[in-house]
Design a protein around this ligand. Structure first.
Ligand code: AMP
Ligand code: ZN
Length: 114
């Protein structure tokens, strides 16, 4: 298995999992862009949002609910935060395993379009 996020989800690469359930894991981003920067990923390999199947609706919802939970655990639910999903080359996706960035802990501005 060569996908780095599959390996983290499977426990093959040690990472501090801040959340895990039967379908989803979350861990800190190795290059945090803010005081809180957590990645939420499906255990199942899905390359990106563009590769979700029609039958992945429950998984897609579970990812969003997990993002909510990790934001609560990180203490940014009240102050506010961002959930970002990059998709494909021009979307700025560098790791080809679907992931949600949960970013907060400071004032965020703009729309991340730069
Ligand atoms: P993206 O550009 O949306 O594909 O985001 C990929 C993110 O994964 C970047 O923010 C990287 O810092 C992060 N990243 C890459 N490798 C690791 C790793 N081994 N553990 C944690 N985060 C990682
Ligand atoms: Zn993967």
């Amino acid at each position: 298995m060569s996908c780095i996020f599959c390996r983290i989800a499977a426990g093959e690469i040690p990472s501090k999992l801040v959340y895990q359930d039967d379908q989803v894991v979350a861990f800190p981003d190795i290059h945090p862009a803010a005081p809180v920067h957590i990645l939420v990923v499906p255990r199942k390999h899905v390359q990106s949002v563009a590769h979700l199947a029609d039958g992945d609706g429950e998984l897609a919802g579970r990812l969003l609910l997990a993002a909510r939970t990790v934001a609560e655990q990180a203490g940014v639910a009240q102050s506010g935060y961002r959930v970002i999903i990059n998709i494909g080359d021009e979307g700025g996706q560098t790791v080809p395993h679907l992931h949600l960035h949960v970013i907060g802990g400071k004032q965020l501005t703009g729309h991340g379009t730069a």
